[in-house]
Design a protein around this ligand. Structure first.
Ligand code: MN
Length: 134
C-alpha cells in the first residue's frame, strides 16, 4: 500500500525578485512546495508560523539581515531544528564563517549551481540516497 507523503516545504528568503522567481521555479521543478519572504522579519515570522522543512536564506536582506534572522531562528526552541542553507553573492570566506557561526547548517553562493544546491537540500532533508519504492 502506498502512503501519501507530501513533499517538503522550503522557505525561500530572497529580496531580489529575479533570483526569487528563478529559485521558486527550480525548487518546484524538483517537487518541493515553496513559501517566500523578502525580508528577515518575515522570514523569522514564517519559520515560526509555517514550520518549513528547510530554509534557503539570502544573507543580504532588508530589516533583519540573514545572519541575525538565522540567529533568531536557531535561538528559538520551536524553530531551531529547521535546517538553514545560507546563500550569498559574496563568495568570501568571512561570509561563510559568519554564516556557520550564526547557526547556518550549510552555505552556498549566488548564482546558484542548481544541481549542487539540490544535492545539499536533499542531504539536509534526509532524502540522500533514498530510492523511490516501486
Ligand atoms: Mn539580497
Amino acid at each position: 500500500m502506498r502512503r501519501y507523503r507530501p513533499m517538503p516545504t522550503i522557505l525561500l528568503v530572497e529580496d531580489n525578485e529575479l533570483s526569487m522567481d528563478l529559485m521558486v521555479r527550480s525548487l518546484q521543478r524538483e517537487g518541493y512546495q515553496t513559501i517566500t519572504a523578502c525580508n528577515g522579519r518575515d522570514a523569522v515570522g514564517l519559520a515560526g508560523s509555517d514550520h518549513p522543512d528547510l530554509i534557503l536564506m539570502d544573507l543580504s536582506i532588508p530589516e533583519i539581515d540573514g545572519w541575525e534572522a538565522t540567529r533568531r531562528i536557531k535561538a528559538d526552541p520551536g524553530t531551531r531544528a529547521i535546517p538553514i542553507i545560507a546563500v550569498t553573492a559574496h563568495a568570501m570566506e568571512g561570509d561563510r564563517r559568519r554564516a556557520l557561526e550564526a547557526g547556518c547548517d550549510d552555505y552556498d553562493t549566488k548564482p546558484a549551481n542548481i544541481p549542487v544546491l539540490m544535492t545539499k537540500i536533499r542531504r539536509l532533508l534526509g532524502q540522500g540516497g533514498e530510492a523511490a519504492a516501486g
